[in-house]
Ligand binder design. Structure first.
Ligand SMILES: C[S@@+](CC[C@H](N)C(=O)[O-])C[C@H]1O[C@@H](n2cnc3c(N)ncnc32)[C@H](O)[C@@H]1O
Length: 181
């Protein structure tokens, strides 16, 4: 078991806690739909997962406890199934570095997030153990911070957690400004 397999349960727990108040959640690059089901089960959230790869997603659309979720094939850069401002939180785990058009994805995420909605990106940072394990190219946290600002997010915070081996990036869709009378 490698370091990342080892921390998976605590990481899923930490992600869940971070976005527990969201009602409608979107997981982009959801893979086999594990986090989607975990969130639906643990926090009774209405969770949708999308992944660009054709996978054998679960056929069921409710957890054993009866909470709604769904996972299907879709490019996160084109979330045409979701209305503007229709989602309270977007999460993405180990996927940003694989996305061909990350800036287009972030722009699309902003469109579907409601004002004040949260984005949480978890990925391997440049120079991490993951780079040695899989020899892939990852972003530096400063690059991700820049991409989020560029896409128009506010409250951008990007840091390394779990002995610096995990990048934890948070941002918000800016809240609506109330015009003074
Ligand atoms: C390393 S896997 C992580 C899967 C899952 N989030 C997990 O934690 O196990 C990265 C996933 O991102 C998906 N992906 C890459 N580009 C994507 C895109 N543009 N839109 C949606 N999914 C994408 C890949 O197909 C892959 O399943």
């Amino acid at each position: 078991m490698n370091f990342y397999d080892h921390i998976k349960p605590q990481l899923m727990h930490r992600i869940g806690r971070e976005i527990r108040l969201a009602r409608r959640v979107l997981d982009i690059g959801c893979g086999p739909c594990d986090l989607v089901q975990h969130l639906a089960d643990t926090y009774q959230q209405d969770v949708t997962g999308v992944d660009i790869s054709r996978r054998s997603f679960p056929r069921a659309q409710r957890t054993r406890a009866g909470h709604r979720f769904r996972c299907f094939q879709r490019d996160a850069a084109i979330l045409s199934f979701a209305l503007d401002a229709s989602v309270d939180a977007v999460v993405s785990v180990w996927a940003l570095h694989e996305m061909e058009r990350p800036q287009a994805v972030l722009t699309e995420v902003r469109r579907v997030l409601r004002p004040g909605g949260e984005l949480l990106i978890v990925d391997f940072p440049k120079g991490s153990l993951a780079q040695k394990l899989w020899n892939e190219d990852y972003y530096d946290p400063d690059e991700v911070s820049h991409m989020l600002v560029e896409a128009g997010f506010s409250e951008v915070k990007v840091r390394r957690i779990e002995r610096l081996q995990v990048m934890w990036a948070q941002a918000q869709q800016p809240a609506l400004q109330v015009a003074p009378r």
